[in-house]
Design a protein around this ligand. Structure first.
Ligand code: 5GP
Length: 181
């Protein structure tokens, strides 16, 4: 793990090592596998780009039932804070009509994005929606949408790495770093 990383004008220090992230993903995958064991449905994993790309790939490797992958791209953050407006940058790459869907998110902060996502997926005719997020900031989350699978809870601080960015940079690091104020 790098001792510090610099992305544009900001510095970030080590926060969650890759081994801890993958252990959390093992736990999430175990729960999902137990819930879908023996089911005849083929659920759709809805990967929310770009942030959850690494999480989705690590998670998928651990799932032992038949599933399909659909992606879509949203954007709500500018710099290090949420704009409160969730923009759909790219629509879904496949249909979720009549399907069971597991939304795969990188991080839930205020919850604006997840509320919007659940409504969108419902509107497209999904028959069952579960939410899976690698990270949750419980101090900030103030919505009622049930978060079915949560990898790890973190304090309210801005992080990068493992798919998460600062102005599109930092996604490639396999560990997670926190802003160094
Ligand atoms: P929410 O809508 O829950 O406030 O924010 C969710 C989205 O904001 C996430 O999917 C992610 O793209 C972005 N986000 C929230 N917190 C962080 C953070 O600490 N770091 C980064 N890089 N993105 C974040």
């Amino acid at each position: 793990m790098e001792s510090k990383i610099k992305l544009q004008d900001k510095s970030f220090k080590p926060f969650i090592p890759y081994e801890k992230i993958t252990a959390a993903i093992d736990g999430v995958a175990e729960k999902i596998n137990a819930d879908y064991k023996g089911s005849n449905d083929v659920p759709v994993l809805l990967c929310i780009l770009n942030g959850s790309i690494m999480f989705t790939s690590e998670l998928m490797k651990r799932l032992n039932f038949n599933c399909e992958l659909v992606t879509m791209k949203l954007s709500s953050y500018r710099g290090t804070s949420s704009t409160g407006v969730v923009r759909e940058v790219m629509g879904m790459t496949g249909s979720v009509e009549g399907r069971k869907v597991i939304i795969v998110e990188d991080i839930v902060d205020t919850g604006n994005t997840i509320v919007e996502l659940v409504n969108t997926v419902k509107g497209k005719g999904a028959i069952d929606i579960k939410v899976c997020t690698m990270l949750l900031k419980p101090e900030v989350y103030d919505k009622t949408v049930k978060l079915d699978y949560v990898g790890m809870e973190i304090p309210n601080a801005f992080i990068v790495g493992f798919g998460l960015d600062y102005n599109e940079l930092g996604r490639n690091y396999k560990d997670i770093y926190v802003i160094d104020n």
